[in-house]
Design a binder for this molecule. Structure first.
Ligand code: DQA
Length: 156
């Protein structure tokens, strides 16, 4: 049977596949596999069909954003370093929100408290909103925001 639940693609950019071993003092000790398990549980609790993906490849994540538009899926996006310079990603993210789909930008860390090159997000201006600084909880909060927005504004 086809799921009638709203779909959310949880898309993660470069180096996030290294979670758990990469700078654990900043990003924590849990892995991308752990995030997939947690996100599946949050999706169940929130009534969302959640699909977590990670890539180091800009063209792949741009393609996934196109897929979200074509499938009518909402997006939680951790663009990782692409946040700070990828106009291609921004342009793809803009297509999601102009299609009236929700796109929440998330970060594990709070980039505003870190090196100055992390202070600017080229994606933020086309996102529905941003959650940063809460580790894995940034994703849970983003999914909760999507579920609550959808509940308050039933989709056509
Ligand atoms: C990050 C913050 C980015 O500046 C960095 O390049 C990342 C991870 C975060 O989740 O805190 O790779 O997006």
């Amino acid at each position: 049977m086809v799921s009638a639940l709203p779909r959310v693609l949880v898309l993660n950019g470069p180096n996030l596949g290294r979670l758990g071993v990469r700078e654990p003092e900043i990003y924590g000790h849990a892995s991308m596999a752990d995030l997939k398990v947690s996100a599946a549980q949050w999706g169940k609790e929130l009534g969302l069909e959640v699909d977590v993906r990670q890539t180091d490849d800009e063209s792949e994540i741009v393609g996934w954003l196109h897929e979200a538009v074509d499938a009518g899926a909402h997006v939680v996006l951790n663009p990782a370093a692409f946040t700070h310079y990828s106009y291609a990603l921004r342009d793809a993210a803009a297509q999601v929100t102009t299609a009236d789909l929700l796109l929440v930008e998330v970060h594990l860390s709070n980039p505003a408290t870190r090196e100055s090159f992390r202070h600017y997000s080229v994606v933020a201006g086309v996102a529905t909103g941003t959650v940063a600084g809460f580790g894995f909880d940034s994703y849970r909060l983003a999914l909760t925001a999507i579920a609550e927005r959808l509940a308050s504004k039933p989709q056509a």
